[in-house]
Design a protein around this ligand. Structure first.
Ligand SMILES: [Zn+2]
Length: 457
């Protein structure tokens, strides 16, 4: 049994450190808070631990007053009113500060979170607070149930769920909450302190409801990386990353749309060069189901191949399942893979998007062999088709395989139908692969069939 809430930052009226001193149970604290602000939604979660003598144990500051300035220096949440809450080491920066054990910091999940193995370790009920882009997250799980977690497992759960920071509070029977009616009682004990969040009942800007979207039409946000003027490219200047990302986007978009996917783009015209946060906002505003950023990579001249980036492990996170689906199809298409094909980096577009997000580096523009491939139109088509198939795999859509070996429908467009049948009837073409590009040798054969190559006089 567990309870999780994500409170939009813009709906938060205030966040309060309530120094309970063991007087009230969590539901009594919630009832008092609700009576004080009947116009608000009330969320209560257990705060930090306490010492045997009843004093607050880790760092805790309420309304400008230190309740416990001891004993260690640790990342925690600081705020004056509430919507301004941030993760920081600077415990003096704001009127309120709360920290127990930081599990996800500014550089992502913390490999070895620092906590007291006897006092806090093992599988227990857990309480905590975190942030997702645009949201404050509160969490509590009931001690003694299947949702009891080790600190490390809690860290992985929260990271997989898109938290960009997370601090674990007290655990065991103290792990308690009351989230606008949803309760985790712990063992019913009256804790030393609780965090209370007051939020507006009707947020001014409600996030788009997933249920409002027709289920049959998933939304994919494509992000053609960079823009005009970006200098990324091959040393000899014959290849520009921004030209590649735009061209690949124009090949990938129609493929996705053919599969019944709605596509939004972070730039609708090639001359656009939006900032990174603006790109994430396009995805967030559209309520995209996933976000795919298109790039090519740079390193020493020997590095080559495809690699997908996501913000963080673990493998079970949806963003990494999305990446794995795309890597699988790219590998199957015979593309060289760099390393394992998957790497993690907290790029802004990956951290600020609410949808599962991947950033795809299709090759290294610092490697001659990769550059030759990246410049090739049919190679780009192959990349676009594999990416589309990977996205469909992830979305659970059956990839509609085009007819024939060409990888394209075996019918000409309606505007070309008449000319196509005439050409086939005249023996100029053999009547197959109407959508294929013409190679130079094929063009020569066509010209010869038309008798245009005979030297006349
Ligand atoms: Zn790039």
């Amino acid at each position: 049994m567990k309870a999780i809430c994500n409170i939009p930052l813009e709906s938060i009226e205030s966040v309060e450190v309530f120094v309970n001193q063991f007087r009230y149970s969590v539901d009594q604290v919630a009832a008092q808070a609700q009576a004080k602000r009947p116009d608000c939604k009330v969320y209560v979660v257990t705060g930090g631990m306490w010492n045997a003598d009843g004093s607050a144990c880790p760092l805790l500051k309420a309304d400008g007053k230190w309740i416990s300035p001891q004993p260690w220096s640790s990342y925690g949440y600081a705020w004056d009113t509430g919507p301004d809450i941030t993760l920081t080491l600077d415990r003096d920066a704001r009127d309120n500060f709360w920290s127990t054990t930081c599990l996800i910091g500014h550089n992502g999940p913390i490999a070895e979170p620092s906590y007291d193995k006897t006092g806090q370790g093992g599988k227990r009920g857990r309480a905590g607070m975190g942030m997702r882009p645009g949201y404050l997250r509160l969490y509590a799980s009931q001690d003694g149930t299947a949702d009891a977690r080790t600190p490390e497992a809690l860290r992985d759960d929260m990271a997989a769920d898109g938290c960009t920071s997370f601090v674990m509070g007290d655990g065991g029977g103290s792990a308690q909450c009351w989230f606008d009616g949803q309760a985790i009682p712990g063992d019913g004990r009256k804790c030393h302190n609780y965090i209370i969040v007051y939020a507006k009942k009707e947020p001014a800007e409600a996030p788009p409801e997933k249920e409002d979207k027709p289920m049959s039409k998933p939304i994919v946000c494509l992000d053609p990386g960079h823009g005009p003027g970006c200098v990324n490219g091959s040393l000899d200047g014959s290849y520009k990353e921004c030209e590649f990302t735009w061209d690949l986007y124009t090949r990938l978009r129609p493929l996705l749309e053919e599969q019944g996917i709605t596509v939004v783009s972070t730039r609708e015209i090639e001359s656009d060069y939006p900032g990174l946060s603006a790109r994430a906002s396009v995805s967030n505003r559209a309520g995209a189901d996933l976000f795919v950023s298109l790039h090519s990579n740079a390193a020493g001249s020997s590095a080559r191949g495809f690699v997908a980036f996501t913000s963080a492990p673990p493998e079970t996170a949806v963003r990494n399942k999305l990446a794995a689906a795309i890597i699988g199809r790219i590998r199957a298409a015979g593309v060289v893979i760099w390393g394992s094909g998957l790497a993690h980096e907290l790029y802004t577009v990956l951290a600020s998007t609410t949808a599962p997000a991947v950033l795809l580096e299709y090759g290294f523009h610092t490697n001659d062999q990769d550059v030759a491939l990246l410049k090739d139109g049919s190679y780009r088509d192959k990349l676009a088709q594999a990416t589309c198939a990977g996205i469909c795999d992830y979305l659970g859509l059956e990839v509609k395989e085009p007819d024939g070996e060409s990888g394209q429908p075996n019918e000409p467009d309606s505007w070309a139908k008449e000319a196509w049948s005439k050409a086939a009837a005249a023996g100029v073409f053999d009547g197959t692969r109407p959508r294929d590009a013409l190679t130079r040798q094929e063009a020569a054969v066509v010209l010869n069939r038309l008798g245009l190559l005979e030297k006349g006089d």
